[in-house]
Write a protein of this length. Sequence first.
Length: 278
Amino acid sequence: MTEKITEKQKNDILDAVRRAGRGLLTAHDIESHMKVKPGDANFATVWDVETQRVLCSRLHEIMPEAGFLAEEDAENDGDAYAERANANDDSITFIVDPIDGTTNFIHGLSHSAVSVAVSACGSPVFGCVYNPYLDEMFYASKGGGAYLCKNGVTAPIHVSDRTLDRALCAFGTSPYERSRADVTFELAKRMFLSCREVRREGSAALDICYVAAGRYDVYFELHICPWDFAAALLILTEAGGMMTALDGSPVDDRRPTSAFASNIACRSEAAAILSTPI
Ligand code: IPD
Ligand code: CA
């Protein structure tokens, strides 16, 4: 499958994602046009919708044979996932998040990313996550290693070898499903008491890429969607890390999941903490 993506297509995808990200830097009046989405405190701005429209149209030109699973598509409810999961599907799908970290974007926090994965049968074969505020492009091809291109300089990235006592642990709050808050914050407390410090920065895609780059050592969240993690999952595994659901089962980029991403050095100790019943 990987060989079905040419180097030119990969470069064109990176270019399209970079352009989409740079467009976010010109955003203004963000809070004046917002649409409410299903779930708790879940919004999309006109920038999410317009960035997705322009980006997907360019991606379609690059790989006309590929389908789309994109965050701002109206039909993304439980049934749409189930249909995709049941399809005997060897086709190629772009999994697109036009702005991961929309709440940060609304509040001017300069920590959001554009994320695109090219996926086949539930598993990404190419992925990139771009933070335009720092000009940081994380990307990976299956079997080809993971890289960070920053300010025009590209270098391989790798997870850290920190053990849990020295680890920085990121977590997400599953903000659109607040019934999970007790478990989330209990697990965050446990991790806080076992590692160096915890963080909640507001972009799952960047959280996972930061584990890949050895900035964080662990990331967990009780509920994330394919567009939040598909590209970052490949970047993490190509950087020597691992991500499963919180119960240790494999993740599949055709459906939502809980997430436990980490380096290898602190994985078993962190797994014991995160899987102990509350
Ligand atoms: C959200 C962010 C956030 C995570 C949520 C995601 P969005 O994505 O990644 O960090 O906690 O679970 O849904 O809504 O900003 O694209
Ligand atoms: Ca997202």
